[in-house]
Design a binder for this molecule. Structure first.
Ligand SMILES: C[S@@+](CC[C@H](N)C(=O)[O-])C[C@H]1O[C@@H](n2cnc3c(N)ncnc32)[C@H](O)[C@@H]1O
Ligand code: SF4
Ligand code: SF4
Length: 316
């Protein structure tokens, strides 16, 4: 069955202030009845399309939302898969137990380096707290993923993060490039190549490392990623605004104002454009084109303002 993902930023508030974060710290949560109504519309959409739905609750810091457990339980009651993306710093044994009762598919926690670099990005004290969060969840039998956002400040840290993940029995470590207007954080193509090669080497030692995002597959030779914006991904922000992808700066509507989500998405110009991308001219002749389709459009758009260019870090 085709799986559709809703990434729902239920709050934009956060207890951390990471240097690279694309979230604005605003107080714009919907009242619970509006959230339930948004959920009704999403459920109707996936049922009509015959999709298996997965909702990843995120933020800001989703666990700060006063109705986090109410909305998460409601998602599970409707038999929709649940993922949780958190910085992990608020999770102790008690909270981990409550999360485990929700039976999420996974909880994802961010690590952006060894302790020193992680804290230079995420703030003092955040590293040990995130590790406590990981340990508490693992003790309750929850599948834990670690997300590593790679930027200028931390692109040499993968090996350290992998060792930490191994020590804490993390189930999956995945990494992705930062998407920002701050050009000082971009990786050069040479740096991206180095991280990709190091990741491919580390994956032989640590089976939990996933090199499946745009272009990360190059050193291993087989393309397994294509941008899903416009196709099987939808974003809700805390005020109900919808986006095709959180990393592309296009708001396509507001769920509170939509009567029929299926019709709205089918008719939306941006969704249609993203679903049928222009083939980047510079990719012509590449044997991976039909699988890769130009790499990470969000990274390239942030750096060039164009959707029709080959991935800025492609070295093929
Ligand atoms: C927005 S956060 C929300 C969940 C939680 N607060 C956290 O930090 O994991 C989800 C993920 O997005 C990443 N992220 C934030 N800003 C980003 C950016 N500008 N580019 C790429 N990833 C970013 C974070 O590092 C984190 O792994
Ligand atoms: S913890 Fe997550 S939401 Fe909060 S500032 Fe950091 S990246 Fe942004
Ligand atoms: S040349 Fe284009 S299609 Fe080929 S791997 Fe690079 S970005 Fe992907």
């Amino acid at each position: 069955m085709y799986r559709h993902y809703l990434q729902w930023h239920i709050t934009h508030e956060c207890n951390l202030h990471c240097i690279h974060c694309y979230q604005e710290d605003c107080h714009c949560v919907m009242p619970y009845r509006e959230m339930a109504c948004a959920l009704d519309k999403y459920e109707a959409y996936i049922r009509e399309k015959g999709f298996e739905g997965q909702i990843n609750l995120t933020g800001g810091e989703p666990l700060l939302h006063p109705q986090f457990f109410t909305i998460a339980s409601e998602i599970r009651r409707r038999d929709i898969r649940l993922g949780i993306l958190t910085n992990g710093t608020l999770i102790d044994a008690e909270l981990a137990g409550r999360i485990a009762e929700l039976k999420p598919i996974f909880v994802q926690i961010s690590l952006d380096g060894g302790e020193k670099i992680h804290e230079s990005i995420r703030g003092i004290g955040s590293f040990q707290k995130a590790l406590c969060g990981i340990d508490s969840l693992k003790e309750c039998g929850v599948r834990v993923l670690v997300s590593f956002t790679v930027m200028q400040q931390n692109f040499r840290e993968l090996k350290k993060i992998a060792a930490v993940c191994a020590g804490h029995h993390v189930d999956k470590l995945w990494w992705d490039r930062v998407v920002t207007e701050d050009a000082s954080q971009y990786l050069t193509t040479e740096q991206f190549k180095k991280v990709s090669r190091a990741a491919a080497k580390l994956a032989k030692r640590y089976s939990f490392i996933s090199n499946s995002r745009a272009l990360e597959w190059i050193p291993e030779g087989g393309c397994g990623y294509q941008c899903s914006a416009g196709k099987r991904l939808l974003i809700f922000l805390a005020n109900g605004d919808m986006m095709a992808c959180r990393r592309l700066p296009f708001v396509i509507g507001n769920i509170k104002e939509v009567a029929d989500l299926q019709t709205m998405l089918a008719e939306n110009k941006i969704m249609k454009e993203l679903a049928t991308p222009t083939f980047p001219k510079d990719c012509e002749g590449c044997k991976f084109f039909y699988k890769c389709a130009g790499g990470a459009r969000c990274v390239t758009y942030a750096q060039t303002g164009r959707l029709d260019l080959k991935d800025v870090n492609c070295y093929l």
